[in-house]
Design a protein. Structure first.
Length: 225
């Protein structure tokens, strides 16, 4: 028997659970010690809730990693898991399972909130590739073309003093954001990280502009709305 054949799932060559998990995606349940898939919140052997672990947000929801997502499917999976992790189901369990179910629920919420927001989803996908969108120095846009577009749109919003012109900026920014999301889906699907990074920065300022134009519209004096 070769060394590879002896390397059974659930028992890494060095005997460590981490090596075994990395090798096969199967870990030992903390409660019954039985084998259970690392991506599942409940033990396949005894049903006990498991620690949330280091799953990425896509895997946690059982989704393919990518920008283009069926949001109805994300919601369906999220609410199904949320029901199974409801605190009422753990009221009679021990403190460890109650604590683990809360950890699972908060990891699930983080996954859902990140994946449902296109801008956060794009930033997260880039982060998984080791690319930081926010460099933390406030100078996130250094592409001259992007910078010019952002400045022109800001000026248009600053100059918009009546309802029609604010609505004009809002509609323009909303349409640009929508086409930017479509471009992003194509860039991520093609594995073009440079384009995905640039489009994520563009979506970031477009989203901010949509938000600011919306607020501006609400704050216009009643007589010009
Ligand atoms: Zn178990």
């Amino acid at each position: 028997m070769s060394a590879a054949e002896k390397n059974e799932p659930g028992a890494g060559r060095d005997g460590s659970p981490v090596a075994a998990a990395a090798h096969s995606g199967v870990v030992a349940c903390w409660s019954c010690r039985g084998p259970t898939p690392a991506a599942e919140p409940f033990c396949a052997t005894c049903g006990a809730v498991q620690p949330p672990g280091q799953l990425d947000h896509f895997r946690r929801l059982g989704l393919e990693r990518g920008f283009a997502l069926d949001t109805a499917e994300v919601e369906r999976r999220y609410f199904a898991l949320q029901r199974r992790l409801h605190p009422d189901r753990f009221a009679t369990r021990g403190p460890r399972e109650r604590a683990l179910s809360q950890s699972q629920a908060s990891s699930l919420n983080a996954a859902y909130e990140t994946l449902m927001d296109p801008l956060r989803r794009a930033g997260y996908l880039l982060a998984l590739e080791g690319i930081a969108v926010d460099r933390g120095d406030g100078q996130t846009i250094d592409d001259p073309e992007l910078l010019m577009e952002a400045m022109e749109m800001r000026e248009a919003l600053a100059d918009a003093t009546d309802a029609a012109s604010v609505k004009g900026v809002l509609d323009h920014a909303s349409a640009a954001a929508e086409s930017c999301r479509q471009d992003l889906a194509r860039a991520f699907a093609a594995g073009d990280r440079a384009a995905a990074h640039r489009l994520t920065l563009r979506l970031k300022y477009l989203s901010k502009l949509v938000e600011e134009a919306g607020l501006r519209r609400l704050r216009l004096p009643a007589k010009v709305r």
